[in-house]
Design a protein around this ligand. Structure first.
Ligand SMILES: [Mg+2]
Length: 162
């Protein structure tokens, strides 16, 4: 069960305490894109999101984007940000999380992963030994798996609150 539990939660990225992450020894942050940084319906980062990422870099973090989404989506989203980015990542598989680590040049214990999904982001990050931060999805994808996934997430989210 514990590998499904994040180290911390935040309602949205703007509420993540960046200086406390830095104090914990975190030096690299891997951000999921869809419904973490921006809605999956939003092709470009908002000014607010861009500012947030800039603030994170100014705090001293190296940043990397990682998405299970298509390459086109990630390239377009990252056009103005110009961050190291990985598409079709197949989280929670380790392969591309290792690649992200390589791009950041940090150790797993110095790395945080911020995402909105328990079974991809939190699980993948925990398997790698990252510090995991779960945010509420901005705009949940409501496909046929959505309700099943929410159902399966329910006991875990309940435990997080306790
Ligand atoms: Mg996501």
């Amino acid at each position: 069960m514990s590998r499904f539990l994040p180290d911390e939660t935040a309602d949205h990225i703007g509420l993540i305490d960046l200086s406390s992450l830095y104090e914990k020894g975190i030096r690299g942050i891997i951000f999921d894109i869809d419904d973490t940084l921006e809605s999956h319906r939003t092709p470009l980062p908002s000014e607010r999101t861009a500012q947030f990422l800039k603030k994170a870099e100014e705090t001293g973090f190296r940043i990397c984007l990682i998405s299970n989404g298509k390459e086109d989506r990630v390239l377009r989203f990252n056009e103005s940000l110009r961050l190291p980015a990985i598409s079709r990542a197949k989280k929670p598989r380790k392969k591309n999380l290792k690649k992200a680590l390589f791009l950041l040049g940090t150790k797993p214990s110095e790395t945080a992963l911020v995402g909105d999904q328990i079974f991809t982001d939190v699980l993948g990050g925990n398997r790698m030994g990252f510090y995991t931060v779960l945010v509420n999805p901005i705009d949940p994808i409501e496909n046929k798996f959505f309700y099943i996934k929410r159902f399966l997430e329910r006991p875990i989210r309940k435990r997080i609150k306790e």
